[in-house]
Design a protein. Sequence first.
Length: 415
Amino acid sequence: MNLWTPNFIRIMPRILVSRVFALLLAGCAMQPAIPPPPSCSPVSGSCPVCPVCPVTEVPRPAEKPLQAANWEDLSGWSVSAADELVLAFDTFLASCDALQKKELWRETCVSARALEGRNEGQLRAWFEAQWQPWQLINPDGSREGLVTGYYEPLLHGSRSQKTPYLHPIYGVPADLIDVELGGLYPELKHLRLRGRLEGRKLVPYFSRADWEKAQRNDNVLLWADDAFDVFFMQIQGSGQVQLDDGSRIRVGYAEQNGHPYRSIGRWLIDQGELKVEQTSMQGIKTWAKAHPQRIQELLNANPSYVFFRELAVDSAGPPGALGVPLTAERSIAIDARFTPLGAPVWLATTYPNSERPLKRMVLAQDTGGAIRGPVRADYYWGSGYEAGIQAGKMRQKGQMWILLPRRYSPPDAKK
């Protein structure tokens, strides 16, 4: 969550700052979005400004995001296939390269590395002995949430600007300032401030529209042949680029401009251009081909802008927020305020545009700007065109159970 209040933080006493941010977190991040009445001024898109909004009822206290569960509560666990447990176990072992440095996971990683058997019975017994399931709960007490999909796209590009490679893929600009607010105030953990200097004043960084107007060519990593592909790679957070010299590289998320993510699919719906069921990635691209003169207007509807860093293609998947490569159909992006990075998660959802069950153990190895709320996941489908088709269609309901070491009792849980 990005908040822009540099003068506010500098001037106001610490206790008042913490109270205001606590109010913002409680009112916007933790509560379900409530459309404001027409007379209200919106904050962050959906949360009303409470002092000027008429109070019609007293909201009930939010449910705690975690509730203790039993293994038999996990939908599909009792009939899971052995190969799914093997893949989930191997993905967890890969995560241990990063997790073993943290006390919460250290003993479990040692136990996993010492496990000799890999058949279904042994793995099932190991998971049930080592882990306690906790079901994720929405603030209103409901247990279903949104499960979307993402993937690693393949773009075509060049290291030099020439036809048809005319669309820049940017590295981090030298004038972008990133402040981790938790370093100043521990109560503001997970909040960061991004901006730039104008003289001695810190101001918000350029929005997408302002950045495009500036047409800056400093710190361009590569040039791509399709502006829309660059945009979708920013949403996915990483991608591979096939260069015109025959080589291939990977680019990964490095920074963001500090502006909130806005869905261009929602913009098209609000403009009356598409219906909800048409706003898949493929549907949006079809609209763009039919309206080439409006493409930049469409892209500017999302003020967020992502900057990249160049990586080698030395693993099957791009690195996620945990710092380990993502595994196709076994990694998810989550909201780290509710699901700790690295945790195994039992996901019960359905395949894209179908009622066919998709129930398996996945690993919380990534985060995303649009992934907000306890019962919310972005399912990683892998790299390339087919993965993009699946990711673009996925907008399913689902339930989630976190697996945490049995000796640990999370403070924000309902026992």
